[in-house]
Design a protein around this ligand. Structure first.
Ligand SMILES: *Cc1c(COP(=O)(O)O)cnc(C)c1O
Length: 373
């Protein structure tokens, strides 16, 4: 059996262990300390002004806290992009609220602004104005930030920007993670940078960041004894993992360059295969190309190609199965146009790690080309 080629695997810079060693040497082995503060400063510096970062145990925790901070509770509705990973939607249910799923547009594969407005109007007509909109930059491609922002402003509904897959991406020259009323990042093992597991909530004010940290550390009142006037969570990132994050921040730009290069290599190599299509960057969009995705001509071709790659010990994966197709969400309201269903049928993610070797990429390309011959 040939060695396994993964879709996206952790890629260390070599700087991580010195930060971890500092944590041990100073005995900051806790969910606070200099690495936590340092990692937050690094991300803030990267995202730019008006980004106040709280690092947390996961991206899912960050979405949960964003919803809590927007006062989402029992009986509320929250609009969520249907084409996404379940972690975007699950925290809505943690709070006893109902997700309302909105389909994609073909230009970005992300939330369709037309369907979004239809959904908002219809929910308002039905008597429940949605409490928030969760929009996702899938596979690193930004959603249409200006249109979503415009609708958010027109109807007075805040946006949670799910930037878990899009650290390093940009919309009209500004970094993803800087657009939502709240934004979230993920540092899971397969993301563009990783702390082995972790995430961040990005707020637009220091005040909201402090509220997030308060909730993430068990919501203790300012008293000498343990007193609680709010329900708290244990969601803070540890100082050890934040050390990994600081090391990873030193190579974030390199990772983006490498992943974009992977995309280019695939695009060039498959140029002459008519039944493979790529998602182009629209004008003003810059994708980190977290995963290179291809569209085949049918579900049958997609599945046969996936199996052919698997036989060569190469991991590939269909695009995210839309939330409105998930058994757990079968009764959730949805506003669909068929686009995310079609993408799920015909799309495939190819190995895209920033640590892929030239030889590994060649093996993937050869396998795909042989399949089409
Ligand atoms: C990874 C991911 C998350 C969740 O992040 P975790 O850190 O794994 O909890 C949320 N949304 C999207 C789109 C993701 O890809």
């Amino acid at each position: 059996m040939k060695p396994k080629i993964w879709l996206s695997s952790p890629h260390m810079s070599g700087h991580e262990q010195s930060y971890i060693k500092d944590a041990f040497d100073s005995n900051w082995v806790a969910p606070l300390g200099p690495n936590v503060t340092g990692f937050e400063d690094d991300i803030q510096g990267y995202l730019g002004v008006d980004s106040h970062v709280a690092v947390l145990s996961s991206g899912t925790a960050a979405i949960h806290l964003a919803l809590v901070l927007l006062n989402v509770s029992q009986g509320d509705e929250v609009i969520c992009q249907s084409k996404t990973f379940s972690a975007s939607a699950n925290p809505i249910v943690y709070l006893g609220a109902t997700p309302v799923f909105v389909d994609s547009e073909s230009e970005t594969w992300n939330m369709c602004p037309i369907q979004l407005e239809i959904a908002i109007k219809d929910r308002i007509t039905k008597g429940v104005k949605p409490k928030a909109i969760i929009a996702v930059h899938l596979y690193g491609m930004p959603y249409n930030v200006s249109r979503v922002k415009e609708l958010s402003a027109r109807y007075g509904i805040p946006v949670i920007e799910d930037s878990a897959e899009a650290l390093g991406s940009e919309f009209e020259g500004q970094k993803c993670g800087a657009f939502g009323d709240y934004s979230i990042l993920s540092f899971n093992g397969n993301k563009i940078i990783t702390t082995s597991g972790g995430g961040a909530l990005v707020s637009r004010s220091e005040k909201n960041k402090n509220k997030a940290v308060f909730l993430a550390t068990q919501a203790r009142d300012d008293t000498p004894y343990y007193q609680h006037s709010n329900i708290g969570y244990n969601y803070r990132m540890s100082n050890i993992l934040a050390g990994i994050g600081r090391g990873q921040m030193t190579v974030l730009d390199d990772h983006v360059i490498k992943r974009r290069k992977n995309y280019k290599i695939y695009e060039t190599a498959f140029n002459d295969i008519n039944s493979i299509k790529f998602l182009q960057e629209p004008e003003g969009y810059f994708s980190n190309r977290w995963l290179t995705c291809i569209l085949l001509d049918s579900i049958k071709t997609r599945e046969h190609l996936r199996t052919a790659l698997e036989k060569e010990n190469i991991e590939s994966r269909p695009l995210w199965k839309p939330m409105h197709q998930q058994p757990i969400f079968k009764s959730a309201p949805r506003y669909v146009n068929g686009i995310s269903d079609d993408l799920f049928d015909r799309g495939l993610c190819l190995p895209s790690g920033s640590n892929l070797t030239e030889e590994q990429i060649k093996r993937v390309i050869t396998t795909v080309k042989q399949f089409f011959n």
